[in-house]
Ligand binder design. Structure first.
Ligand SMILES: [Zn+2]
Length: 61
């Protein structure tokens, strides 16, 4: 069952959005979509290879 990569909530509890990263499908709940958009650097330890993405604002940690 798809789960949010951050909080592991399932689509039974929250709307989940599927996205692709390096041709792999992941799911994120509507609550954590802003993290994906604005603080993607926080996902570096969740998504393999995410740390290759340049963090535009390193002060937001
Ligand atoms: Zn979540």
């Amino acid at each position: 069952m798809p789960k949010c990569i951050i909080c592991n909530v399932t689509s039974n509890e929250m709307p989940l959005i599927q996205f692709l990263f390096k041709d792999t499908a992941y799911h994120i709940c509507s609550q954590h979509v802003p993290v994906l958009i604005h603080n993607s650097g926080q996902l570096a330890n969740i998504l393999p290879g995410m740390n290759e993405v340049v963090d535009p604002d390193p002060m937001v940690h």
